[in-house]
Design a protein around this ligand. Sequence first.
Ligand code: C5P
Length: 500
Amino acid sequence: MIALHAGTAYTAVMANLTIRQLDEETKRKLRLRAAANGRSMEDETRTILRELLSVDRSAAGPRAPRPVGAAPAAMSGARPALASTPAALRRTVSGLAGASILLVIGGGVAAYKSLDLIRRLRERGAKVRVVMTKAAQEFVTPLSVGALTGGTVFTELFAREAEHDVGHIRLAREADLVIVAPATADRLAKMAAGIADDLAGAVLLATRAPVLLAPAMNPAMWSHPATQRSVATLAADGALFIGPNAGEMAESGEAGIGRMAEPLEILAAAEAILTPRDLPLAGRHVVVTSGPTHEPIDPVRYLANRSSGKQGHAIAAAAAAAGARVTLVAGPVAIPDPPGVEAIHVETAAEMLAAVERALPADIAIMAAAVADWRAATRAGEKIKKGSGAPPRLALAENPDILATVAHLKAGRPRLVVGFAAETSDLLVNATAKRRRKGADWILANDVSGGQGMGQDDNTVHLVTEAGVETWPTLPKEEVASLLVARLAAALGELKEAAE
Ligand code: C5P
């Protein structure tokens, strides 16, 4: 098979190549290409090789099987497998938080366990849509499933309203992962044959998302050669299996392999599938500050600024999408927490510093918050009253500088510390001086004169590093974030190479 042959060649080439051995000019071009595509240098190299060898991953034949969960040792034929990199995984998804899961409930006694699965998926921040087969409705009702998902339960292939509203193709396409639990012998056979005579079948045929199957059936049905043929075919097609487990069956006196995996096992498998391993910041911890701080004057008044948090939140989201564990320390903002990050909400600069210190150690710290430079020297316990005399004088005290504190840490300093410089005049001179003074590795400088940048959707930034200044085009804040994250991933990779 051509694709497999090419894949073997690609592995062999990779084994002989390290980026360090490339000449400086090639490295520079590779770095730029990687940054523009939002990949690490290693990933970009893999992509180039793949293109060169014309390896179409989607046509790369059977994926390398990897066991997941409690795969019964006694099982013959194809082993339950978890593909190492589901080709269809959406780039923005990392983990269950924010992921769209389509759960297909098949007709088996184990269908009741799927109710618990829905609850646990939602607890972890996943959006869950459910398709129920006709047989499934004999075991649990669409009403109880709908109560748990808080949305429509899809049951009919030709339901005019549902087709008009969502449709089986949209159901299939909008999922990041499709889980079939319980997957009956009949469903496995239908899937292996590509039969789409009901909604579940149509969705399973139309989806490009990874499909996780949790088989559940009588041990005799599971071990039957027909079922094992279906399992082998589906595994070769790239389907992923969790279970079945060995144990007691619902039928009295029956035991063997055929019990559906427990909801927590299915959940762990789903999490593993949705956590891609070769993302540029996989395994890294990134701390981001974002938004303004509010410095109270009295119980109702505070000092603040116009920061919306859009840029910092976009950076946190981009770092999470790049596979990092992200701690976002956010001041008071009106925008939601990005999916897949641990958000810590604070009000004042002192609270922000304490939260950042608690979040360390980290590989990267990006201080994008517009921290108030000063706070009221004293905080009145009661609302300050308007008197008949002169207005009250507001004494100020200086706030701790979070960026400088983190950048000057003697022990546990993140390998890359990035700050922002919002300036209204002499932008680059001030930003360059700020980088040195605060001890940051990089400063992203932006001109906020005339209301630019702050609160807006676009940003024009200059990247100030030890090597000099690089001006980026005006971009949506999400793209500034992606570019920054790509550059950080590349820089971390280089630091690692230099250390080797
Ligand atoms: O000094 P200035 O406020 O212009 O510096 C901006 C940079 O310093 C930003 O990265 C901001 O997050 C950080 N900063 C900080 N703590 C402060 C003031 C600013 O982390 N108290």
